[in-house]
Structures are given as structure tokens and as C-alpha cells.
Design a protein around this ligand. Structure first.
Ligand SMILES: Cc1cc2nc3c(=O)[nH]c(=O)nc-3n(C[C@H](O)[C@H](O)[C@H](O)COP(=O)(O)O)c2cc1C
Length: 183
């Protein structure tokens, strides 16, 4: 199975990326192919609401760094998204990325039709300074809900509180590996 991972932190070795990489390690050990998108390395824009996707029943027409992503997404069986918390919510770049999934709906005869196969497994990983893992849970669920609205199936949400280093034997790292292995 193809797994797509979108890592939304500017810190490749920060907690959200480290935990996401542990999910990826598990997925690779299970024999899955993993395609990684590091959001800070992608030159992309926000949805322009141009309506091209709706008029042409097509993936997003914007010719930018997300172009190869759509093919990978249509081919994948699992999507891993990770991000730090900025200003009480998922980091803005990742919300911009999330908005681009607007193209995965077509409106026919007033009804919404999905343009992506249902059942993509979804994993959300977030890191925050606040020591209460529930503090921003509603915002994480709101973010992931946009993917669930595209018939993705949430497997788990991992929230890291505090800083680094992350003990490889910590509960969250053990959980992350298992999650990847069982995708
Ligand atoms: C601009 C900015 C805003 C932040 N806002 C919050 C916040 O509102 N609540 C919080 O708990 N942590 C906040 N943090 C802390 C980060 O979420 C925390 O350091 C996180 O672990 C960083 O993860 P990363 O290294 O994987 O990117 C903020 C950090 C930055 C840089």
C-alpha cells in the first residue's frame, strides 16, 4: 500500500516530525511504500476558489508544488499529517494545505460527490507547548474533520506536549510505531 505523509513543521527534528517519522518507520517495516512531503520544502499557494475543480470535475488546477501530491493521494491507502500548534491551532501552512482539498468534491445537480476513493486511513500528529493534551483537541479534530469529510477514516490522534528529546521508549513513540505497523 502507498502511504502519504505530510510533515507540517519547520523543524525536521522537532517533536511532531519525530513522532510522524516513527509512524513512517512502522509503516515501512510493515512493507508499505511511504511518500513524504515536507511542507516547508513545497512552494504552494492557498485555494483561490476559482471553481475550476467543480466545473471540470478535476484535481486542483494550480500549477505549484502540490501538483504531484494529488496523484499520490488518489493512489494511497493512508495519509499521515503532522503539525505543531501555533496560536492555539494547527500551524497555518497546514491549514492552507488542508483548504486545497476543496477540489476533492464535485457538485452535480446540487449534490456533493466525492472525487477520491473512500476509506483512506488518516493519522493526525500534533505537538504543543501546553501540557494539557486536551487543550486544543477541538481544533485538531476540526482540522482532521476536513479529511474525514472526504471519507477518510481516522485511526488515531497523537498529541505531544513539552519539548525534546523524545525518549524512543516513551509511550507516544511506542504508540506511533505500532500505529504505522498496523496501517
Ligand atoms: C508561532 C508559535 C506559536 C505557538 N503557539 C502555541 C500555542 O498557542 N499553544 C501551545 O501550546 N504551543 C504553542 N507554540 C509552541 C509549539 O506548538 C511547540 O513548541 C511545538 O512542540 C513545536 O513543535 P515542532 O518542533 O514539531 O514544530 C507556539 C510556537 C510558535 C513558534
Amino acid at each position: 500500500m502507498k502511504v502519504v505523509a505530510v510533515l507540517g513543521s519547520p523543524h525536521p527534528d522537532g517533536p511532531s516530525s519525530t513522532i510522524a517519522k516513527e509512524v513512517i518507520r512502522g509503516a515501512k517495516d510493515a512493507g508499505h511504500e511511504v511518500v513524504i512531503y515536507q511542507i516547508d520544502d513545497i512552494d504552494f499557494k492557498g485555494c483561490r476558489g476559482c471553481g475550476y475543480c467543480k466545473q471540470h470535475d478535476a484535481d486542483c488546477i494550480l500549477d505549484d508544488g502540490l501538483k504531484p501530491y494529488w496523484k499520490d493521494l488518489h493512489e494511497c491507502g493512508a495519509l499521515i499529517v503532522s503539525a505543531p500548534n501555533y496560536a492555539s491551532n494547527v500551524r497555518g501552512d497546514m491549514i492552507t494545505y488542508m483548504n486545497r482539498h476543496y477540489c476533492l468534491f464535485t457538485i452535480k445537480d446540487g449534490n456533493f460527490t466525492l472525487r477520491i476513493h473512500p476509506g483512506i486511513k488518516l493519522v493526525g500528529i500534533f505537538s504543543q507547548g501546553n501540557s494539557d493534551p486536551e487543550a486544543y483537541m477541538d481544533n485538531y479534530k476540526w482540522f482532521l474533520g476536513d479529511f474525514q469529510n472526504r471519507a477518510m477514516e481516522l485511526q488515531d490522534i497523537l498529541v505531544h506536549t513539552g519539548g525534546m528529546p523524545l525518549d524512543p521508549d516513551s509511550e507516544i513513540m511506542t504508540k506511533a510505531y505500532k500505529l504505522g505497523k498496523e496501517l
